[in-house]
Ligand binder design. Sequence first.
Ligand code: UD1
Length: 418
Amino acid sequence: MEKLRVEGGKKLSGKVRVGGAKNAALPALVASLMTDEPLHLSNVPDVRDVATICRLLEHLGVGVERKPGGEIITNVDHLTSCEAPYDLVKTMRASFLVLGPLLARTGQARVSLPGGCAIGARPVDRHLSALARLGADLRVEHGYVVAEADRLRGAEILFDVPTVGGTENCLMAATFAEGTTVIHNAAREPEVEDLANLLISMGADIEGAGTDTIIIHGVDSLDGAEHSVIPDRIEAGTYVVAGALLGAPLEVTHCHPPHFEAVLDKVSEAGVELTVGESSIRVTAPESLQSTDMKTQPHPGFPTDMQAQYMVLMTQATGSSIIAETIFENRFMHVPELSRMGADISIDGHTAVVRGPSPLSGAKVMATDLRASASLVLAGLVASGPTIIDRLYHLDRGYEGLASKLSSAGADVERFSD
Ligand code: UD1
């Protein structure tokens, strides 16, 4: 099994290029279920989750042609199945997004429940209640959601708490519903807006994506389209934190800074010098970092997907930082591993207190989820001595070429096989 070795203490300089957003590419690929015409997607990252969704789409009858340079062309002659099997859904929760489009397009769908994952129970109850409001007949059988509907009908939908996947599922289903749907308290994440923009370019009638109220006027069919996936704000944020720790300076390019302002604000509050351009950020590590408190929140607040990486930054800051995780109930699994490297972190429920600065020392550590793995890489970059990161497949779910990108910026990072 492949592992990552990081030899810490090297300054980072030059440029690191951000790829397309995994979390925008996944729903964009799912949208291929909604048209008979080709969908040309570009800036799709070459990561494992994209390969997983392509496998699922192929299982459903979508032709998927992957070209070098992040281009994917999809084509549907006819859908061959309405079932998303457990083996494909269990490895990636985003597979559940096929439920809305399949149901809206064919009138039926059988999609495995995703089950829990390492960062918590992560139910799909809000996806289901939204689809029920659109008129779907839903039942759970043998671990699968079985959904049927003659034709979905537009409705008023109120999410009690915003959900990214729930909003996306509902957006796709409502596109083919009869009449108008209004989603209240919709997720405002840029990836939701990117999906809406893609659907609009396919012929959908959607207003308000990117705000908390989305209005969808149903249409009968969608055309093909060409669409470039937005840059990955979490990958960009991860490299900004790397630059905040070791940038001499480091320039993070091909990103969209307005998509992760909350991260940039926190990093500059910690005393980091940032020069923010239209699509790039130059980051210089300061002599010393100041601790700042942080709370994860739905967009435009601080993203939960950057919590673990930000925590590493705080291990190097002077003072105590209180980090509150409000989105997921079990998202501090990186803490024991960071503690083994010398970090001083205590957890009380949903809150972690990080006291710094702590000199970190390299160790053998285990990745537990995607963003936790990124935090271990960052910790390895500032630690003394080698850090060996096991279970690299978590990292490969969402970071394209992380080792080579960091190496080209001066880090001593390499993948190796046991
Ligand atoms: C998406 C992102 C993920 C990110 C998360 C929050 C993708 C592929 N993944 O995940 O990287 O961490 O947004 O920004 O885009 N919940 C329910 N019932 C539901 C749905 C959600 O209780 O039906 C809860 C979840 O358990 C979680 C919270 O709502 O506590 C937010 O989840 P949600 O926004 O749905 O996250 P995902 O779409 O799964």
